[in-house]
Design a binder for this molecule. Structure first.
Ligand SMILES: [Zn+2]
Ligand SMILES: [Zn+2]
Length: 358
């Protein structure tokens, strides 16, 4: 079974070919279909901002490392007991790449993101097929295409970010980073009643995209004084909620100054493992009473992400589609930043009309 994988550890941005990380197609055995499992013929798998971190060895350095956790596809086979959610062969689905065991202490306490067995079951989805436990699989609504469906997982991350932000209707919100998670979070917080909604992003195309989808203000942090602009936008009070979706140490540095007294700052990205952010406890936690939090993964957010997906306008995130054979070129395109997101078509997909009739 052909699978996209990291075949050499290293930064995908390294200008030196000799040390640069490499992406290739590897033949992995198909996973066995257990009695409660669902085999999915993968239609689309989107490249995530975290995938280049995997190429750098963030979660281990034994190559090949199979990639892909933002997928959609069609149910190809069901284990004999995979019937509790009424799934049928031919159903169009997406899902959660993580399987929570349901039995460990963390799962019992309602904190599945800390499931002690989370790493045992991370199967690569940028592949011809993937086999998941039925608890991971969600049937797509009829009005969500397979192409849009591969964004269910990043949408669940946006939902979890908003959960952690504990936004109230009318809160002033700023989002730093106009990549896919920032854009999805923008649309989700807008539906949640955010005001003074601002995207901070150096790439003009991404700022324009945000303005098309509900941002009231954009700030270019490389050309403008973001603190001054934030003060203008919020009448000197700052934002009740600041969300980082950039993962960039340079970008997160000034975010605490943008938050209002009593505000919440959500670090909703993945950060370099050796990065330590300076934090003045007196200014930010004592005098300003800020709440700082983050997001690792997104349990409990998938059903609501599925409800939201038909209402989100994500066509610009699924415009760049590469075939499975062209996965290395797809990653080059991702790293170049030319597209807001890059999607890999893992199998021939029936056209959307046929897809809807089935
Ligand atoms: Zn992702
Ligand atoms: Zn568990």
């Amino acid at each position: 079974m052909r699978t996209v994988a990291v075949t050499k550890i290293g930064s995908l941005r390294d200008p030196d070919e000799a040390t640069r990380g490499r992406i290739g197609l590897v033949d992995f055995p198909e996973q066995p279909l257990g009695p409660e499992d669902v085999r999915i013929r993968v239609a689309y798998a989107a490249i995530c901002g975290s995938d280049p971190h995997l190429a750098e060895g963030f979660f281990g350095t034994d190559v090949p490392i199979g990639l892909g956790h933002e997928i959609s596809g069609v149910v190809e086979a069901l284990g004999e007991r995979a019937t509790r959610n009424g799934l049928r062969v031919g159903d169009r689905v997406a899902g959660n790449f993580l399987r929570f065991c349901g039995t460990c202490r963390a799962c019992q306490e309602g904190a599945q993101q800390f499931c002690e067995h989370i790493q045992e079951y991370n199967r690569p989805g940028m592949a011809e097929t993937i086999t998941w436990h039925e608890s991971q699989v969600y049937r797509l609504p009829d009005d969500v295409s397979l192409l849009k469906g591969c964004l269910l997982e990043p949408t669940s991350v946006a939902v979890r970010i908003v959960d952690k932000a504990r936004i109230r209707v009318g809160d002033r919100v700023a989002i730093c980073g106009g990549g896919p998670i920032g854009q999805l979070a923008l649309q989700v917080v807008r539906r949640h009643g955010a005001t003074s909604l601002t995207l901070i992003e150096p790439i003009a195309g991404r700022r324009d995209m945000a303005l098309r989808h509900g941002a009231e203000f954009v700030i270019d942090p490389t050309a403008e004084d973001q603190g001054q602009r934030a003060a203008e936008i919020t009448a000197g009070r700052g934002y009740d909620v600041v969300i980082d979706a950039s993962g960039s140490p340079r970008a997160v540095r000034g975010l605490l100054d943008l938050a209002a007294k009593g505000g919440t700052v959500v670090y909703g990205a993945m950060y370099p493992e050796d990065y330590e952010m300076p934090l003045n406890l007196s200014d930010y936690l004592y005098l300003k009473e800020l709440t700082l939090t983050g997001v690792f993964v997104s349990p409990y957010a998938f059903p609501r992400a599925l409800q939201l997906l038909p209402h989100l306008d994500v066509d610009e995130l699924t415009a760049a589609v590469f075939d499975l054979e062209d996965a290395p070129a797809a990653f080059d395109a991702h790293v170049s930043g030319r597209h807001p997101k890059v999607v890999i078509r893992c199998n021939p997909v029936p056209d959307e009309r046929r897809e809807r009739l089935s």
